[in-house]
Design a protein around this ligand. Structure first.
Ligand code: HEC
Length: 498
């Protein structure tokens, strides 16, 4: 059973979604990383790219770990300094070994769990490792000393609304001991059928007593509690198709039962052109953002840092990863910003780390940011497939240089004899699934945001593009495609969109 916080909403039970199931041991392997299918999304980061990164005076930025399985997203440090990272496209959680020799680079990496359904949130508590899958919350015993899981993976919540445009589930324990999770909307803007969509929910650590905590949140991928005040802040991504500069993305202060406006209002209670009509009373009762981010910047992970190893001005600030715009005429975002609270409660946003995008050329996309046990900051990047490390006051030699990697033949994953058959099959699938409606300006219905497919072979090969189609970048929908069909589409796309 679950309930929804707020006035007059009562208790509503939905059979079958709070469940408990044990999975066979094969879901929990401690496999060497070489057994995984590889393929990062962007070009490998090169020394020239490192040179274009900018951080405040006295800070250095380098690569902590690279060559990660696609696509590194949310992170948690274990008590022994290993970094656990979700890789939804690989269905895996990866363990990045602590930097015991202190050279600013992780000592190794391996797959900790595989076979998961689009894992996103990772959280640790009382010897359990929790994972937010697209439609479930799973947990497994985790031995931090040995860096190993133990026993079977257990799905403590099942039947969550998965898939759709915003399929990720982030997880974090609150100071109150509840496990909080976000559930994004299925769409850009619409009335949801499942009222758990576009909310933040919370559960007891064993998955019981799930409830909706706050609503009207289109996709609050990142959230954290401010030390001192205990206030919960969450990022939220504003809707598309209202132009380059509206609506703002949001930082919201989340209160129990709070309604944050989506889909009837955007930004500071501005009625939505599609769903706002006749909703004046509800809009007036909605809670406006605590801070607006620029439109389409796509804020994801947020972390309040102690800042113990940073200059005074960073004590207690929140760092936010801006994933960057995909549909703005000039690209924007692609950086990490710091939020500073003034005495009067107002929030100032400052650039912290920039350079992932320059002159519309993208080398990476920040997803999550965490503070390490060494006081440095770690940023996951699902485009370059790396973890960045930003430290203060270290010799520059510590910012690790990169091994050079050859960019291979994009068609290596498809046998030459089969290529033309695969390509023809892929063209058919592209038509059947109406991919052009979002990807080709002259084929898109009026009012659709178009993302043109370009230069794919510079960034993907058959294997990595097939993987992309398994867990598409939001807001692209997930399609029920077989392995063969994904490969066929990949071959076709690589040929057709050079
Ligand atoms: C509802 C709109 C929509 C539909 C339908 C759609 N996509 Fe997408 N797709 C997107 C968006 C938006 C992005 C970019 C997301 C981002 O980068 O943040 C994207 C990204 C992609 C990318 C990665 C592009 C890059 O430059 O990295 C590929 C490849 C792709 N889509 C292929 C397909 C295929 C194949 C289909 C049909 C099976 C399809 N898409 C259907 C919206 C859509």
């Amino acid at each position: 059973m679950w309930r929804r916080l707020g006035i007059g909403l009562g208790v509503i039970g939905v059979a079958g979604w709070v469940g408990c199931g044990l999975l066979p041991e094969r879901f929990a392997v401690n496999a060497p990383i070489a057994s995984m299918l590889f393929g990062s999304l962007g070009d490998p980061i090169e020394d020239g790219d490192l040179a274009q990164m900018q951080v405040p005076d006295g800070f250095q930025i380098g690569i902590y770990a690279d060559g990660l399985p696609p696509t590194p997203r949310f992170m948690r440090f274990s008590e022994t300094g290993d970094l656990l990272v979700s890789a939804p496209r690989s269905g895996a959680v990866v363990l990045i070994e602590a930097d015991a020799d202190g050279d600013g680079r992780a000592d190794g990496q391996r797959v900790l769990i595989e076979g998961l359904e689009q894992p996103h949130g990772v959280e640790l508590r009382d010897g359990w490792l929790y994972v937010g899958e697209t439609d479930a919350i799973a947990r497994i015993r985790y031995d931090a000393e040995r860096g190993r899981t133990d026993g079977p993976l257990e799905r403590i919540v099942t039947g969550l609304p998965g898939g759709g445009n915003h399929w990720t589930k982030s997880l974090r324990f609150g100071p109150d001991g509840w496990l909080y999770m976000h559930v994004g909307s299925t769409c850009n803007v619409c009335i949801e059928e499942d009222e758990r969509r576009a909310t933040i929910m919370r559960f007891h650590p064993d998955g019981s007593d799930g409830e909706i905590y706050a609503t009207g949140l289109r996709n609050s991928v990142g959230f954290d509690w401010q030390p001192g005040t205990g206030k919960l802040y969450a990022t939220d991504n504003g809707r598309d198709l209202l132009g380059d500069d509206f609506p703002p993305c949001e930082l919201n202060e989340i209160v129990p039962g709070g309604f944050y406006g989506w889909p009837i209002a955007n930004g500071d209670r501005v009625p939505d052109p599609d769903f706002g009509e006749g909703q004046q009373a509800r809009i007036a009762a909605s809670i406006p953002p605590a801070h607006p981010f620029r439109a389409h910047n796509a804020p994801l992970g947020i972390t309040f840092v102690t800042g113990a190893a940073l200059p005074e001005s960073y004590r207690g600030t929140a760092l936010v990863a801006l994933h960057g715009s995909w549909n703005r005429s000039k690209k924007d975002g692609y950086k990490v910003v710091s939020l500073h609270w003034d005495e009067d409660g107002s929030i100032e946003e400052r650039d912290f780390a920039t350079g992932w995008e320059r002159d519309d050329d993208v080398i990476g996309r920040p997803v999550d940011v965490v503070e390490g046990p060494d006081g440095a900051l770690y940023v996951s990047d699902d485009y370059a497939g790396v973890i960045w490390r930003i430290a203060y006051g270290e010799p520059t030699s510590q910012t690790a240089k990169l091994p050079k990697r050859a960019v291979g033949d994009p068609f290596a994953g498809a046998p030459a004899a089969e290529r033309s058959a695969l390509s023809a099959e892929g063209a058919g699938l592209y038509t059947r699934h109406a991919c052009a409606t979002c990807h080709e300006p002259d084929r898109a219905p009026a009012g659709t945001a178009v993302k043109q497919l370009e230069q794919l072979e510079e960034r993907y090969d058959v294997d990595s593009l097939s993987l992309l189609l398994l867990t598409p970048p939001q807001p692209m929908p997930t399609y029920p495609l077989s392995d063969r069909e994904r490969k066929a589409l990949a071959v076709y796309l690589l040929e057709a969109h050079r």
